[in-house]
Design a protein around this ligand. Structure first.
Ligand code: GAL
Length: 656
C-alpha cells in the first residue's frame, strides 16, 4: 500500500492549494519563483476546477493543466492532484436538476456556491466518475504527480427523493426486514409503525420531534453515501496509479463523517485546521485535532489546509500575529504532521474567499505573511531530515465515536447545554494542560497498549464496546469515564437502569436514580474543593468503591460525585478545568503515566516525536524551560544545556 512516506521521501511537504486558473499565466511564473524562494515543494491543483476541465458536458480541456503540471515538475514542485468533484459546473444543475441536493425542508441547494451535489445522484456520480477516469488516465504517468486528493471536505446532506431511495436500500441492508427496522426505531411510539418500505423517508421537516433512531441512521447513511462517492473515485485513480497514495481532506471533528471508518479507506489521512488566533484555547483545540488525525492515520499525517493569516468565515476574522503561523505549524509537526500546507497559495482577488488569507497575500512578496512563510519554509527544511516519518507515542487514549455523538446530540434530551464537542474538548484540554500526550481511539479499538483510557462521554456504547472496556480494565488498564456514558445501545435504546449494568458494577453504582443537569453558570460543590459544572447525578453506590468524592450541599448532599473502584473511575459531573486536570493527573500518575516534562512554565507545550523534543511557547512573553542534559536545537543550530529560553511564540526542536 502506498504511503505518505512515498511522497515525502525524508522531507516535510510544504505548500498549499494552488488555484492558478484564477490568474493570468504570467502570474504563474511569479508564483513559481516565490514558491522556490519559500521552499514550497508541493501544491494541490484542481480542487474546484470542474468547469475549467469540462466546460460543457463531456468536453475536456486539459491544456491549461498540462502546462501547469509541466511547470511544477520543471521547478521541482510536486503536485497533489485533486478530482474537482466538490463543485459541479452550472451546466450540470441546469441540465440535471436531479444532481442538486434538497434540505430537510425540501429546499433545493442551487449552484452559485460550491458543494451543491447530491451524494445520492446517479447522474452526479456518473459525471464524476467519467471525469476522474480521464484525469487519472491523462496524468497517471506525469512525473509531477505525487498524491491524489479526492473531492474536498465531503460534508453534504441530502433529504431529496433519490437520497430517500438510497436511504431505504441502505436500511434494507442494515435491518433485512421492516420488522427489524420497526424494532430498532421503536416505531410503536407515536404511531410510527411502517408497513411498507415505500413509507420510509429521511427525517424531513416534521411537526414536532423526529424519531431519534431514524435521525441517527440518517447520519450513518449520509456518512456511508459520501464514503461511496469517495471510494468510487479512489478506485478509479488507483487503477491508473496503484503506486500513488490517495487521500481526502477531513474537516476537524466534523459531525458529518465517521472519520474512523473513512480513514481505513485512505492511504494518507489529511485534515484542514483553522483554530481562531484569538481563542485562548486555540493551541489545545489545534492539538486535539492533530492528535485525532494522527490516531486515524496511525502515524504521520498531512495538514492539508491551514490559514497563513485570517480566514473569512468567522464573525470577526483576526490575522495571525507575527510568529503564530510558525508556532502552530511546528506544533502540527510535533504532533506527527509530515506536511504543512495551506489554503491557499495566492490570495484571490475575486470570489467568496477574496478576504481569506493566502501564503502570498494581497500585499504580495513584501507582505509580512509571505516573509514569514519564507522563514517557515527554511525552518521546515532544517528539521525535516530529523523529523520526517517520526512517530509520536502516547500512553493515554481518549475515546471518541461519531455514532455516539450522533445519538447523543439530538433534540429532547435532559439538557441542551451538554455539547459533545465541548465536553470532549474539556477533557482533552485537561490532559493537554497536564502535559500528557494523548492519542484518540474508537471504543472498539484494541486498547491494551494504553496505560490510561479516558471516556469524556460515550452516550451510546454497543455491547461489544462495553466488553472491550471491561476487558481493558480486567487486563490492568486504568479507565476514567465521564457522565452520560453507556446510556444507550446501538439503536439509541436506553439501557435498563439508565446506564449499562456491567458498567455500573465496574464503578460500584447500584442505582442511577436521576440525572440533575445544571443551568449555565450553576455549579455543584463536591468534597476536596472539587466543583462540578453542567451536570450532576443522583447515584446510589453499592458499597464496593474504594474511594468516593461526595456532592456537598443541595439535593445530592453526601451522594458520590466521583467513584473509584480499583482502576475504574466514574465522574458524574464536569469538574471545573483545574479540578479535572488534577483528577486526570492523579489517575495518570496511578497508572504510571508521566508528563512529557515536569515543571514547565505556563503556556509551554512539550511533545516528543521520535527522539526529538519539541518545546512550544504559546505565550507572548519569553520564558525559560528546564530541560535536563545537553541538547542540540535544530532550529537555531546551537547547543543548549539544562535550560532553554523561548521567545514570544518561540519553538525549540531539541535533539539529544
Ligand atoms: C476549507 C476549504 C477550502 C477553503 C477554506 C477556507 O474548508 O477546503 O477550500 O474554503 O476552507 O478556510
Amino acid at each position: 500500500m502506498p504511503r505518505l512516506s512515498d511522497v515525502t521521501r525524508g522531507r516535510l511537504l510544504y505548500g498549499g492549494d494552488y488555484n492558478p486558473e484564477q490568474w493570468p499565466e504570467e502570474v504563474w511564473h511569479e508564483d513559481v519563483r516565490l514558491m522556490k524562494e519559500a521552499g514550497v515543494n508541493s501544491v494541490t491543483l484542481g480542487v474546484f476546477s470542474w468547469s475549467k476541465l469540462e466546460p460543457r458536458p463531456g468536453e475536456r480541456d486539459f491544456g491549461w493543466l498540462d502546462r501547469l503540471m509541466d511547470l511544477m515538475h520543471d521547478n521541482g514542485v510536486g503536485v497533489v492532484l485533486a478530482t474537482p468533484t466538490a463543485s459541479p459546473p452550472p451546466w450540470m444543475g441546469h441540465l440535471h436538476p436531479d444532481t442538486l441536493p434538497r434540505d430537510a425542508d425540501g429546499r433545493t441547494e442551487w449552484w452559485g456556491g460550491r458543494q451543491h451535489f447530491s451524494h445520492s445522484s446517479a447522474t452526479y456520480r456518473r459525471y464524476a466518475a467519467a471525469l476522474t477516469e480521464d484525469l487519472a488516465a491523462r496524468y497517471a504517468g506525469h512525473p509531477a504527480l505525487t498524491l491524489w486528493h479526492i473531492n474536498n471536505e465531503y460534508c453534504t446532506y441530502d433529504w431529496g427523493d433519490e437520497a430517500a431511495d438510497r436511504f431505504r436500500a441502505w436500511l434494507r441492508h442494515r435491518y433485512g426486514s421492516l420488522d427489524a427496522l420497526n424494532t430498532a426505531w421503536g416505531s410503536a411510539f407515536w404511531s410510527q409503525g411502517y408497513g411498507d418500505w415505500a413509507e420510509v423517508l429521511p427525517p424531513r421537516h416534521a411537526h414536532y420531534l423526529k424519531n431519534p433512531t431514524q435521525v441517527l441512521d440518517f447520519k450513518r447513511f449520509t456518512s456511508d453515501m459520501l464514503l461511496e462517492c469517495y471510494t468510487a473515485e479512489r478506485d478509479i485513480v488507483r487503477r491508473h496509479t496503484p503506486h500513488l497514495p490517495v487521500t481526502t481532506n477531513f474537516m476537524p471533528l466534523w459531525a458529518g463523517q465517521d472519520a474512523w471508518r473513512w480513514s481505513e479507506e485512505e492511504d494518507v489521512v489529511s485534515v484542514d485546521l483553522y483554530p481562531d488566533p484569538r481563542d485562548p484555547d486555540g493551541p489545545q483545540a489545534g492539538a486535539l485535532v492533530q492528535d485525532m488525525t494522527r490516531s486515524q492515520a496511525r502515524g504521520p499525517w498531512m495538514l492539508m489546509e491551514q490559514a497563513a493569516g485570517p480566514v473569512n468565515w468567522r464573525r470577526v476574522n483576526h490575522p495571525k500575529p507575527r510568529g503564530l503561523n510558525r508556532l502552530w505549524s511546528l506544533q502540527a509537526v510535533a504532533r506527527g504532521a509530515d506536511a504543512v500546507c495551506y489554503f491557499q497559495w495566492r490570495q484571490s482577488r475575486q470570489g467568496a474567499e477574496k478576504f481569506h488569507s493566502g501564503m502570498v497575500g494581497h500585499a504580495g512578496e513584501r507582505g509580512r505573511t509571505y516573509q514569514e512563510i519564507k522563514e517557515l519554509g527554511a525552518d521546515l527544511a532544517r528539521i525535516a531530515p530529523h523529523v520526517a516519518g517520526g512517530q509520536v507515542t502516547a500512553d493515554v487514549a481518549v475515546l471518541h465515536d461519531w455514532h455516539s455523538w450522533w445519538a447523543g446530540d439530538q433534540e429532547a434530551r435532559p439538557s441542551r447545554e451538554v455539547d459533545y464537542p465541548e465536553v470532549l474538548g474539556a477533557w482533552h484540554r485537561a490532559l493537554w494542560g497536564a502535559g500528557l500526550t494523548t492519542d484518540f481511539a474508537h471504543p472498539g479499538h484494541d486498547l491494551t497498549g494504553y496505560r490510561l483510557v479516558v471516556v469524556p462521554q460515550l452516550y451510546l456504547l454497543t455491547d461489544r464496546a462495553v466488553d472491550n472496556l471491561l476487558e481493558y480494565v480486567r487486563g490492568g488498564g486504568t479507565l476514567v469515564c465521564g457522565f452520560l456514558t453507556g446510556v444507550a445501545d446501538q439503536d439509541d435504546r436506553v439501557r435498563p437502569g439508565g446506564m449499562d449494568a456491567r458498567l455500573r458494577e465496574l464503578f460500584g453504582i447500584r442505582t442511577l436514580h436521576e440525572w440533575w443537569p445544571l443551568e449555565p453558570g450553576e455549579t455543584a460543590e463536591c468534597g476536596g474543593g472539587l466543583r462540578g459544572t453542567l451536570w450532576s447525578e443522583e447515584l446510589e453506590p453499592d458499597g464496593t468503591a474504594d474511594e468516593t468524592v461526595p456532592y456537598r450541599g443541595g439535593e445530592l448532599d453526601g451522594l458520590p460525585a466521583v467513584l473509584r473502584k480499583g482502576r475504574a473511575w466514574y465522574v458524574s459531573t464536569l469538574p471545573e478545568p483545574e479540578a479535572l486536570r488534577a483528577l486526570l493527573g492523579r489517575a495518570a500518575a496511578g497508572a504510571g503515566v508521566r508528563p512529557v516534562l515536569d515543571g514547565l512554565p505556563d503556556g509551554v507545550e512539550a511533545v516528543r516525536r521520535g527522539e526529538l523534543l519539541f518545546l512550544l511557547n504559546h505565550g507572548r512573553e519569553p520564558v525559560t524551560a528546564e530541560v535536563p542534559g545537553t541538547h542540540h536545537d535544530l532550529l537555531t543550530e546551537t547547543t543548549v544545556t539544562d535550560r532553554v529560553t523561548l521567545g514570544r511564540y518561540g519553538v525549540a526542536v531539541l535533539k539529544p
